[in-house]
Design a protein around this ligand. Sequence first.
Ligand code: NAD
Ligand code: MG
Length: 374
Amino acid sequence: MKTISILGATGSIGTQALDVIAQNREQFKIGSISVGSNIKKLEEILEQFEPKLVSVKDDSDRLVLAQKYPHIEFTSGARGLIEVVSDDSDMVLTAIMGSIGLEPTLHAIEQGKDIALANKETLVAAGEIVMSKAKAKGVAIIPVDSEHSAVFQCLRGENLREVKKIILTASGGSFRDLSRSELSDVSLEDALNHPNWSMGQKITIDSATMMNKGLEVIEAKWLFDVDINQISTILHKESTIHSMVEFIDNSIMAQIGTPDMRTAIQFAFSHPRRMPMNNPMDFSALSQLNFKPMDLDRFRMLAYAYEAMEAGGTMPAVMNAANEYAVGRFLDGEISFTGIEEIVKSRMDGHAVVENPDLETILYYDKLYKTDMR
Ligand code: NAD
Ligand code: MG
């Protein structure tokens, strides 16, 4: 029996993870959970599960919940996230959105807990610190992101020195068929309408801007310890091939399956074993697989991510923070879709890189570049 705690239990990944746990009660048990402000969803979770400790974002919610559920322990705020990962669970699923996941993830690693990592922003902001701490503590970081789960599966039993290239597939997001000039007046509603996946709002916008693939290139760099130039991307609109690895003999391994995040979530939980699932892929219903080279001028945010990694130091954290800030403003209806890209670019241009930043430095810039700065 593996006990799993979840940061961000009410979100898209969190909810699907709870489904995996509910389907496999003999193997998995819920530990503690954190949620943001979706108290209605939390109450649905509490009907089905008995978490040890529940952390909510706002203390006012904690007070109300503590009265209503006297047998459950509640906590709140940033300290609550740390408490959730400090219980006696075996694994922590990081399904919280944004770089707010960084400190609790580091804390979980410090406690020796394996990480099922969905929260890619953590590795983008502080990949070096997170991976070296995991190594020092003997902690496994198992990817939940579908592309990285695919690469992780393709690399099982392989020698990393024989890897030529990692090929991340990209669906292209909501506006994949529009030209750059057609992007200027797209609506928030259209941006939130992803063709293949139902996900949280921020990652859906990131998919439309292609920043999601940029974050994933950086995530792959840290997870698989390859050079950034060994990571390539390709447009593949069916999201059937979740990603691929090309080896030095030009053999390519691909991981294929129904686009269902529960496969990657369950594999992260059951690793190194596999367990049955109920979402088989029907090859006969698949008429074709399409591929198109990635256009870095059309999808400039992906180019920015490569530039951020080349610049190194604090730049990836700054890019990520600027993006979280800009996407937040777009979701609030304050800026246009192309405004996201403009903010990220101008904040990156204005940043003087600090080399080899420690955690405090990263957290400082993360906070700074998420503010208005006007
Ligand atoms: P989501 O918005 O659906 O859920 C986010 C969760 O985090 C919610 O429970 C929310 O309440 C909580 N949360 C957000 N901000 C918080 C805060 N300030 N304090 C406390 N809790 C907070 O997001 P999601 O789509 O599930 O994505 C979660 C993470 O997983 C992201 O990093 C995303 O990039 C990654 N991811 C998601 C998918 C997917 O299919 N949804 C796929 C790959 C990777
Ligand atoms: Mg992904």
